[in-house]
Write a protein that binds this ligand. Sequence first.
Ligand code: HEC
Length: 346
Amino acid sequence: MAAKTKFLFFSIAGIALALQIFQIDQTLPATNPDEEFHVVANPPDEIVGMLKHACYDCHSNNTRYPWYASVQPVGWWLQSHVNTGRSELNFSEFGRWSGEDQADVLRHCAKLVKKGAMPPKDYLRMHDDAILSEEKKSALITWLLERADVLENPHAKAVSFTQQEMPRDTCDDPDGNPRCCFIGMPDKLTTTLKIAPDGEPGQRLVIKGYVYKKDGKTPCRGVLLYAYHTDATGAYTRKGDETGIRRRHGRLHAWARTDAQGRYAIESIKPASYPKSNISAHIHAVVWEPGKEPYYIPEFEFAGDPFLAPEAVASAKKNPGRSGIISLGKDAATGILTGRRDIVLK
Ligand code: HEC
């Protein structure tokens, strides 16, 4: 080698070596599991599998860095792709967006997958497992579009059913379809069922808890809750203009919808047991998981109630997620009764 070429060779090798000092940070960002796409949108395993292989390297906090990410400047180039990808769309933060935003994103994904724009072509050259067959592509697109509709309006189908196909009168039946309980539900719901208005006679009561799926540990988002109870005299008092099932349930009722963590709360007064009865005081409650049928869960009852059956108390201890008996405490400062109940769905 001529002296000049030699100099050039060692200079380039030296620079290349020096570049390796500036490694990219391959630590994965901290992730809140409740916000992950696969927790919030509850996709079937094959859909999660496709997204994990084809999209997650750039659009989630779960990037799988290849070995050449440690070779600079390739690593810098990869990291800038990952950073741009994450800033455009991060599936690990899916739960932070509103239902409408989530729906928009999924529809946009469906469009880009259909066009073949995502995953990017240069990425596919290095990742065989990210290539989606035509069949897989169409399954993914169909699922994305259908789930977008559900996320935007979790109960659209259910509500139109109750209004169009549920004759009012059948809802005046004590054993009527639990869907009747959702007629008249407001469009905007929070996680709190505010049942008794401020100023209602009785002891104020707050119950909080989580709704879990059947496995008893996965929080269930978007579950509708309906509850009603007697007033402090033990009667289902009415305003007078009630229709349908409310002619039985009376004025003390409310609805709520669980959030991404499955949270709900009841704010009300403690109901009294029916006058001259030996039935314990209770709150009736119905749950409606998206895509399923609503049903009554065991009533909320209060430990220490003289009319509680001892068997019920014993079985509540064994299986708290499926029992409604709760122990009330009292907030020393406000005097409000407080309780906790986690609900495990069927
Ligand atoms: C190699 C990294 C990489 C992979 C893999 C990848 N993307 Fe992207 N994606 C990007 C980058 C970079 C951008 C932003 C620049 C752009 O639009 O090209 C982006 C943008 C997007 C956007 C927003 C585009 C816009 O117009 O706002 C969506 C939606 C998207 N990707 C969906 C997907 C889906 C769905 C997959 C899997 C099927 C996927 N991406 C796979 C890197 C990637």
